[in-house]
Design a protein around this ligand. Structure first.
Ligand SMILES: [Zn+2]
Length: 278
């Protein structure tokens, strides 16, 4: 009897124990499942949010693309002949030689010379004959441009002047003495980028301004530096350059280069500051 009562009680304990164990198990399963649901909710949200953020990125990319077109890539061997510091009394002679050889070139002119009324018909002629006329500042004065913050205002004034003479409003400028070190301050380059002004330096410095009476030396200097598929040759409207020009053209023709003139729709970045916005 004692034994029976004991075993009954033991049986009861077992049942209660079993119920408790099941209850705990059920509760923890429920907790586990709801926890899992929470986790999966977290797992789901990151997988949806990237699609949201990637579409935001696309939008940002599109906006950036609108501001900056990808660089144009000239095909094959291409040379851009560029002439700075005009217009001068030699401009019409440069245009004659270029016409004779069927070559288009890119000019960078200064405001002071553009203001000389007698030179203005040749600026118009350059445009009419398919050349590009870009800006090269008003004063060409390094101190004013780079130390006194006049680079952007002077370029804008020069652009305006070119437009008033030719009807064309160029976006491309060449910094006097090159963009290095003058355009190192990012603030100036930010202003240029915001104004949509592009800046071209060069790949070949002919050193022609320094070679008065030595056209052969100019040709030599250019030949020695010609090694890339795309070359942009820095020259000036100087008599020794005019003398050398037919042979320079001949040299590039023999080397298999095509002559290109700068086009805003075919812009590629070429500045010593390596600022790809310019
Ligand atoms: Zn110059």
């Amino acid at each position: 009897m004692k034994t029976t009562r004991f075993s009954r009680r033991r049986g009861l304990f077992y049942k209660i124990g079993l119920i408790v164990v099941i209850a705990i198990a059920a509760l923890s399963l429920k907790l586990y499942v709801s926890g899992k649901a929470d986790v999966s909710a977290h797992e789901v949200s990151p997988s949806t949010s990237p699609s949201i953020s990637s579409s935001t990125n696309d939008q940002v990319n599109k906006e950036t693309e609108q501001q900056k077109k990808p660089d144009f890539k000239p095909e094959g061997k291409v040379v851009y002949l560029t002439f700075d510091d005009g217009p001068t009394k030699y401009t019409s002679k440069f245009l004659d030689v270029l016409k004779q050889h069927g070559v288009k070139a890119t000019f960078f002119m200064t405001g002071n010379n553009l203001s000389t009324v007698g030179y203005q018909p040749n600026v118009k002629r350059a445009i009419d004959e398919g050349h590009y006329v870009g800006a090269h500042s008003m004063t060409h004065n390094s101190k004013k441009l780079y130390n006194e913050g006049m680079f952007v205002p002077e370029m804008k004034e020069t652009i305006q002047l070119i437009q008033s003479i030719t009807g064309e409003r160029p976006k491309l400028v060449r910094p006097p003495y090159g963009s290095a070190p003058g355009l190192k301050p990012q603030q100036v380059r930010d202003q240029l980028a915001q104004s949509g002004i592009k800046v071209w330096d060069w790949t070949i410095d002919s050193n022609d301004w320094n070679l008065r009476g030595k056209p052969d030396k100019i040709i030599e200097t250019i030949k020695a530096q010609t090694k890339r598929d795309v070359e942009v040759v820095l020259m000036h409207e100087q008599p020794q350059t005019l003398q050398a020009l037919p042979q320079i053209i001949e040299f590039y023709k023999k080397k298999g280069y095509k002559f290109a003139v700068y086009k805003e729709s075919e812009h590629f970045s070429l500045n010593f500051q390596k600022d790809d916005r310019l």
